[in-house]
Design a protein around this ligand. Structure first.
Ligand code: ATP
Ligand code: MG
Length: 403
């Protein structure tokens, strides 16, 4: 293997004017964190990209790790040469010969940002293209649809040559867009909603409503395992587990079955809002999707949403289930989500909740729960907090103390 560098490109960031420095810093920190398991690798930031020097490490697992870093647009495997034409030509040929299967057509795209280099981009294309043609057989140049594009970038510190580019996950670096509370159930949708929210640069803390003994430790374990998967994209994260049994029992006692789902959702949102404010989060994210189930009609959303002014991010709102499942598979949460478990919502709730609940009815039934504020206070006071990190599967006290 000849390649010695990975060039990390971050298209969208370049557009973000003043914030750019901060974005780049966040991205570099994340890249460094992701590559900790590869001690030989070094990460440096240049004017318009991040450079990963492999120092003998295998490139594949590193590319895979970097494909989980939001903000990265593309990853090019590169060979570095001195800023000297003979060295550049030789390196270009070497990079080209490395390709499998052998391409039939190619083109060279040279870019000279180091302006003291005596040969301009156009001339470089000719020199390098000619050199490759004269040292290979059965290969032609095709400037419109080449099998391979040999990218040659002459920079101040050397020339980077790459023939192989991998897509990044796109989006923005996690952390540049503030923080949201993710309502995380054990289902398929909410982890995907978390992933998509993070993709737009928003850091996440999760909140899970747990109703023991009606929901088991196994159900909680699912949420823990989902969090662990999400750390691949979000780094360090917190999960707040809210004891929800007392509230659910009260709803069952006081509220007609047809409205219990609506009131339960309103209670979840109230608690999520309180926690968001406490944790300096400016939004709540969830996995709601229009039309899937009774609680997710537009009427229902209207009535549930009445209890909060905090923005609710619903990344899945217009997606088809198939699309959501595909993302879940790609990000590694699907297999965890489909493990059987008891959902706190299904245990207490009627088989036929109202699909068009009304705000005035919901308010009326909530007045029947006299101690509603105390129930909320108590739930919040008894929250259990768990901490997650990609590098650390088990939670232990020493690790928790770091937060
Ligand atoms: P999911 O697949 O995420 O469970 P769902 O299709 O089952 O979603 P609902 O049960 O109506 O839909 O839940 C809608 C959203 O409410 C969920 O995506 C999640 O964000 C939130 N939610 C539901 N139950 C819980 C819970 N026990 N703890 C935290 N959030 C929850
Ligand atoms: Mg669910």
């Amino acid at each position: 293997m000849n390649y010695d560098h990975i060039v990390v490109r971050y298209g969208e960031l370049a557009l973000k004017g003043k914030n750019r420095k901060y974005f780049e810093m966040q991205l570099k920190d994340t890249v460094k964190r992701k590559l900790k398991p590869f001690p030989k690798v070094t990460v440096t930031k240049t004017r318009d990209r991040i450079l990963v020097e492999l120092n003998g490490e295998e490139y594949k697992p590193i590319i895979e790790k970097l494909q989980e870093v939001f903000g990265i647009h593309a990853l090019s495997l590169a060979l570095k040469a001195e800023n000297e034409i003979e060295a550049i030509k030789k390196a270009a040929l070497k990079a080209f010969e490395e390709l499998e299967p052998n391409p039939k057509t190619f083109k060279v795209s040279a870019k000279r940002s180091y302006k003291s280099f005596p040969i301009n981009s156009q001339e470089l294309n000719h020199h390098i293209g000619g050199y490759i043609l004269s040292h290979t057989d059965n290969i032609t140049v095709d400037v419109h649809h080449p099998d391979v594009e040999v990218k040659v970038e002459v920079k101040d510190d050397g020339t980077y040559i790459s023939c192989l580019t991998f897509p990044g996950p796109g989006g923005l670096p996690v952390g540049v867009g503030g923080k949201a509370m993710l309502m995380l159930s054990g289902g398929i949708d909410s982890p995907v909603a978390g992933y998509l929210t993070m993709r737009r640069g928003v850091r996440i803390e999760a909140i899970h409503f747990h109703s023991p003994p009606f929901t088991s430790e196994r159900a909680k374990q699912k949420v823990v395992d989902l969090m662990q998967e999400l750390t691949r994209f979000g780094g360090r994260m917190k999960l707040h587990i809210v004891p929800f049994t007392a509230i659910q029992k009260t709803i069952k006692d006081k509220v007609p079955a047809s409205y219990s789902m609506t009131i339960m959702r309103r209670m979840m949102l109230r608690i999520s809002e309180r926690l968001a404010i406490k944790q300096n989060a400016l939004a709540i994210a969830n996995g709601e999707n229009l039309g899937q189930v009774a609680s997710q009609t537009i009427h229902s959303m209207y009535t549930i949403n009445e209890v909060t002014n905090v923005p609710i991010i619903r990344p899945l709102i217009t997606m088809d289930k198939i699309e959501i499942m595909e993302i879940a598979r790609n990000i590694g949460t699907y297999d965890i989500s489909i493990r059987p478990y008891e959902d706190c919502c299904t245990i207490f709730l009627p088989s036929a909740p109202k699909t068009k609940p009304k705000r005035d009815r919901a308010n009326y039934y909530e007045q029947l729960i006299e101690n509603i504020d105390e129930l909320i206070d108590e739930a919040i006071e008894n929250i259990e907090v768990l901490y997650f990190d990609e590098a650390k599967k088990e939670q232990d006290q020493e690790f928790n103390d770091l937060f």
